[in-house]
Design a protein around this ligand. Sequence first.
Ligand code: ZN
Ligand code: ZN
Length: 246
Amino acid sequence: MKFDYHIHTEDSYDSSIKAVDLINRAIQLNYNEIAITEHLDLLPLEIKKYGAPSLDHYYKRIKELQSNTSKINVLCGIEIGDYQRVKEYALSLIEDIQLDIILGSVHFLSDNTNVAVPLKKPLTKEQVKDYYLQNLALVSQCDIDVLAHLGVYKRGYHYIPDESAFYPLIKDILATMIDRNIALEINYSSLRRGYPTFIPEIPILEMYLDLRGKLFSLGSDAHQIEHFDLYRELIPAKFCTSFRYL
Ligand SMILES: [Zn+2]
Ligand SMILES: [Zn+2]
């Protein structure tokens, strides 16, 4: 079973991927299932910059693609940014559409520092704590299928920082996810940005297994067609079982 549940296409402002090209490429590379997961970014600062989103057009577009494609299963998904901060608004937008997969992710610290873009300097300990607390709020308060890119702020680092001081907090996040049946995404977009490994890293994945976590998801988080499938082969096979087929 070859899958990727985190890909951006035409309805994400920062993606250049055409869904049709993506599907052809995925069939070529023997994928069984992919999820298109456009951004749903609803913080006031994002609405100001990119406008208020509507999902109707997106939903129709994916439904049409699905009906024209029998060689691969294409899921209609969404990546809700900072869901815990925009919960009612997000719920009002998704209530009428049948999404196959909902990713939740943290892009901003509580002071609105964007940690999903390359950072000028590494985060301070207080900022890292804030980042993980946002993730804890997200998995505790929101109904999502997958927690996306845990540790995203490290994507631009060229070394793996010592995060052992945050392991108790990370353990709380993982335990909450296990309780609430939320899958843990292994996101390998970090590798193409120069980080030495995927996120979260092996010690955190092992922590999740020790807590009896079983639900894994994989995401290239591709925004360009040449990034789809890139570095996927570096993920150990034991983490490559889809949570949707357990
Ligand atoms: Zn994201
Ligand atoms: Zn994404």
